[in-house]
Design a protein around this ligand. Structure first.
Ligand code: GEK
Length: 249
């Protein structure tokens, strides 16, 4: 997001908290969100650029594009820039009212001929139809694991033949040695971006039981199970990856 000057530096966990509550996407997170995601997720900007490229390749005329768990609309913006002239509309949703309020302001700051409809809604309850591109950028990991397959099935059914689903996630690895080593790379990335040991450990506690990761194999199995014939990783940085699943024509 390039107008990050409107947003503050993430210092939410810089001071010691007496008790760490479960992480919530509230007003305090919204105020620092672009800085937080940029300093915590390796490859975030590259993934956004790739979402733009994939949108350009796969968006079908007169279809719907979805950004599920849009936060401030970073993926929506990159899709919007790459779909002009195709008479598509973008439907972006998030179940945090604070996020949607700010996304509204942010998206309206730029002119575009592509309509964007923002909804404060739970993606597990939302209808997907006539879709050619569906993006879930770092949000499936916050959905109850028991609901993930049903959500993907709904998306598969709402996609047109040739349509795509992009899912970006934090991953874990079955192999303990691999898990330890790659997680260490991510910790070093956060340290290099200025997060202290206190911030890292307090954030980790707050995300426990809130952000629940799958393995690469879990994702690939689920894509196949709900019907996608083609699915694989198109980008990976340490334990953060983005998958592309394509519905056959
Ligand atoms: C980006 N995609 O910048 N329904 C809708 N939204 C939800 C749900 C749900 N059931 N559960 C959580 N969220 C964005 C980044 S952030 C990733 C996505 C992160 C929303 C939640 O409110 C939050 O805004 C978003 O999912 C996850 O490309 O913070 O690591």
């Amino acid at each position: 997001m390039n107008n990050s000057s409107k947003y503050n530096k993430d210092t939410l966990y810089a001071q010691a908290h007496e008790a760490i509550g479960a992480f919530q996407f509230d007003e305090s997170v919204v105020a620092v969100f672009p800085d937080m995601i940029q300093r915590s997720v390796p490859g975030y900007q590259t993934i956004l650029a790739g979402i733009g490229e994939l949108t350009q390749q796969h968006a079908q005329p007169h279809s719907n594009l979805y950004d599920l768990g849009c936060s401030l609309g970073a993926a929506t913006l990159t899709m919007r820039r790459n779909v002009e002239g195709k008479q598509c509309q973008i439907i972006a949703l998030d179940n945090s009212e604070s996020m949607i309020k700010r996304a509204q302001e942010y998206l309206h700051a730029y002119h575009s001929e592509v309509p964007v409809h923002l909804h404060c809604a739970d993606m597990t309850q939302f209808k997907i139809e006539n879709a050619s591109v569906v993006v879930i950028n770092f949000t499936l990991q916050f959905i109850d694991p028991d609901q993930r397959e049903a959500l993907l099935k709904t998306i598969y059914q709402g996609l047109n033949p040739g349509g795509i689903l992009i899912v970006s996630e934090k991953l874990h690895f079955e192999d303990d040695a691999l898990q330890t080593s790659i997680e260490h790379l991510h910790l070093q990335f956060k340290r290099a971006n200025g997060y202290s040991e206190l911030e890292i450990s307090q954030k980790r506690s707050s995300l426990e039981n809130v952000l629940i990761t799958d393995t690469e194999q879990d994702h690939l199995k689920r894509f196949k199970k709900v019907g996608f014939q083609s699915a694989g990783i198109w980008f990976q940085a340490y334990n953060f990856a983005s998958f592309l699943a394509i519905k056959a024509f």
